[in-house]
Design a protein around this ligand. Structure first.
Ligand SMILES: [Zn+2]
Length: 260
């Protein structure tokens, strides 16, 4: 009987060990098979660890660059920049047909993967706002100024030429239910929490975190995601650095610098 017990123990241990290996392989494969990671690898190399990450690989000032930093100290140059490859992703849109449902091809591709992954997690997302042109942003910003005055407007909306939405790399995302759309409470919804935890896997960062208002110059926006590519989003996640300003050592903050 003792021999039989030992034999059973060996089998159980083997199963446990094998199960562990299987889990690790499955986990690794799910990471490697990340479709955005793969599709992105045609233009960017695989993510490196923090020691080997090349922070100068892409421009931080060229508006066509995946890593361009647009904030109150860094207006887009030129201020009326228009991306050349705007498209509309095949995902649920809050305003189908509207100009601000467009985004750059890379952003649209990543949004499609992001929404598909959310759906697998049982969550339905929709695009609330993507690309916004200089003139569109003029309208949005002046609406804020009229409603709340310039000081408050500057905390809630970008002046034209300073908006990340003008790059075609930013997207405001909401729950398909419409709950807490463009409101801080979106961060407490299952959709908002899933996005905050998983968007980096698809190349996005939550651009305006609650604890970085003085760095980014904007209030907490749990709905606003910025596409930077999986190389950078993974590196920032790994280093636990939330903002582009902190990661690249770029000035930001709540004070506007005049456009050149
Ligand atoms: Zn936004």
């Amino acid at each position: 009987m003792r021999i039989k017990a030992v034999a059973i123990s060996v089998v159980v241990l083997a199963l446990l060990a094998g199960g562990g290996t299987w889990w690790r392989i499955a986990h690794r494969q799910s990471y490697v098979s990340n479709p955005v990671q793969n599709s992105n690898s045609t233009t960017t190399p695989p993510a490196k660890n923090s020691d080997g990450f090349n922070k100068t690989k892409y421009s931080l000032t060229d508006p066509t660059s995946l890593w361009v930093v647009a904030n109150k100290q860094h207006p887009l140059q030129p201020v009326n920049y228009v991306p050349a490859d705007l498209t509309v992703p095949s995902v649920p849109l809050v305003s189908p047909g509207a100009d601000n449902m467009q985004m750059r091809v890379a952003t649209a591709s990543a949004v499609t993967q992001l929404f598909a992954a959310a759906k697998q997690a049982g969550l339905n997302l929709e695009v609330v706002s993507g690309y916004r042109s200089y003139t569109y942003q003029q309208t949005v910003y002046s609406r804020y100024v009229t409603r709340s005055g310039q000081a408050t407007a500057d905390q809630e909306s970008a002046r034209p030429g300073y908006s990340e939405h003008q790059t075609g790399l930013a997207v405001d995302i909401g729950a398909a239910s419409g709950k807490c759309a463009l409101e801080a409470c979106f961060g407490t919804t299952p959709e908002g929490q899933w996005l905050a935890a998983n968007a980096y896997r698809y190349g996005f960062i939550l651009r305006y975190p609650a604890d970085k208002v003085t760095v980014t110059g904007y209030e907490y926006e749990p709905w606003h995601f910025r596409y930077v590519g999986t190389d950078l989003s993974s590196e920032m996640h790994q280093q636990d650095i939330e903002t582009l300003e902190d990661f690249f050592g770029v000035t930001g903050g709540t004070v506007y610098k005049a456009a050149p």
